[in-house]
Design a protein around this ligand. Structure first.
Ligand SMILES: [Zn+2]
Length: 241
């Protein structure tokens, strides 16, 4: 295969590769997988917040319980003093009784707080469970989508790998300077870097070239440049010439 023909084969293969890549990229499963992952990230953030809330309420609950235990000790102390208060003066008994009342009021309030904190912790735990449920569902959905993507995309992926290998082999046979020009034009012009001269027409931009340009091209090298679209123009060496 001469160079001009190889260049056209490379161009044809590049279009096949591009189509396969587009096909993979446009599989609805791919978009759906990305959406599910995005959603899961949001839900994980919610999970972190809800868990933090549970911990905060649990810490508050533990702190209140500690304080209740301390007050219970004090109540026991005061009670012991009251129990052994025979012979102590009435003013002291009065003070002890007042202290006891204050301690009990404080304990009542703390116990009330404890109930409230427990309720809040329960609500937060329900929220955590809900979020965990949502995460599980999202994970299941993702695996399902990934499996479908592999199934549908697997064949395309295999063909793509095969074409890419073939492409590298072809590219290796082209003069590096020409290949570089081809790649640059291909990158700049929608994935097509080389065209054929069919009669007097460029196969890509369909511009009909003036007869003197055609003559110049035909008298020149195998690969020229289309004056219409500035792509490499293969003048001869292909089958439908
Ligand atoms: Zn052209």
């Amino acid at each position: 295969m001469d160079e001009a023909r190889t260049l056209l084969a490379l161009q044809d293969l590049d279009l096949v590769v591009r189509r396969a890549e587009k096909q993979l990229d446009e599989l609805p499963e791919k978009r759906a997988i990305l959406e599910v992952r995005h959603k899961a990230a949001d839900v994980r953030a919610l999970h972190e917040k809800a868990s933090e809330l549970v911990h905060r309420h649990e810490r508050a609950f533990a702190a209140t319980n500690d304080e209740v235990a301390t007050i219970d000790e004090k109540i026991a102390e005061v009670q012991a003093k009251l129990d052994s208060s025979q012979g102590v003066n009435p003013k002291e008994i009065h003070n002890l009784a007042r202290e006891m009342d204050a301690l009990k009021r404080r304990k009542d309030k703390l116990e009330n707080d404890t109930l409230q904190t427990m309720e809040r912790a329960e609500t937060a735990k329900i929220q955590v469970a809900k979020v965990e449920d949502a995460l599980e569902q999202l994970a299941a959905r993702e695996s399902e989508l990934v499996a479908r993507f592999r199934e549908k995309g697997g064949a395309v992926q295999n063909t793509l790998e095969h074409h890419r290998t073939e492409r590298e082999a072809l590219a290796g046979k082209i003069d590096p300077a020409l290949l570089e020009r081809y790649e640059a034009i291909r990158a700049a012009k929608g994935g097509i870097g080389a065209a054929r001269l069919n009669g007097s027409t460029c196969s890509v931009c369909r511009v009909e070239l003036p007869s003197e340009r055609v003559r110049d091209l035909r008298e020149g090298a195998d690969v020229g440049l289309c004056p219409g679209c500035r792509r490499l123009l293969v003048v001869r060496g292909f089958d439908d010439e």
